[in-house]
Design a protein around this ligand. Structure first.
Ligand code: SF4
Length: 190
């Protein structure tokens, strides 16, 4: 079976219809300007990180990998940063805003990287980092066993949707719909 892209997990959690549109409809969404800014930010951040030692994260002794491709038997994706230590792996994602809140969808995406990295390096992942700004302001999130159970349930739901192809209901709020690139394709949203 084709591997699921970890980046689609965030969208699925935001609204399963987005995942449906990407997989079953020939629609090219028009992204808002801030999405381009996010892509440019990653390029700039990559350059800045070439000369940094990650001491601020307390991970100087760890081997660091940028834009690391990962996969396991059901997922694949590119993790912004991966740190491999003697006894653990740590995943990191950049955020171009100073807001270090981790949405449920973003958390599930990071957990997907944690799951793949853990399997690849045969080491546990018990913490994940969200990093914002050029000053490496960051926040560490603990990983609990229940988190992986939730991720596995989401992966199962995504696979079911791919198998049955049924247009899903959505519990997205009107606020979420108003910022969605597929707003014009959901006739039951106003
Ligand atoms: S407009 Fe709302 S219901 Fe439709 S895909 Fe977007 S978030 Fe989901």
């Amino acid at each position: 079976m084709e591997l699921l892209k970890a980046s689609l997990i965030r969208q699925f959690v935001f609204c399963p219809r987005i995942f449906y549109f990407y997989n079953f409809c020939d629609i090219t969404p028009k992204y808002p300007k801030h999405v381009d800014f996010g892509n440019e930010f990653h390029v700039i951040q990559d350059e800045l990180f070439k000369s940094r030692t990650f001491a601020k994260f307390g991970l100087s002794e760890y081997k660091a990998y940028k834009n690391q491709y990962l996969e396991d038997d059901e997922l694949c994706g590119v993790c912004d940063m991966l740190f491999v230590g003697e006894n653990e792996v740590v995943v990191l994602e950049f955020k171009h805003s100073d807001n270090l809140n981790l949405s449920n969808g973003a958390k599930m995406q990071l957990l997907a990287y944690a799951k793949m990295a853990s399997k690849t390096y045969a080491k546990p992942c018990v913490r994940m980092i969200l990093c914002s700004s050029n000053h490496l302001k960051h926040k560490v999130f603990k990983v609990f066993p229940d988190d992986f159970a939730r991720l596995n349930k989401i992966i199962k739901d995504m696979k079911n949707l791919l198998d049955n192809g049924v247009f899903p209901n959505s519990s997205a709020s009107l606020n979420a719909c108003n910022q969605c690139e597929f707003f014009n394709y959901c006739d039951d949203r106003e």
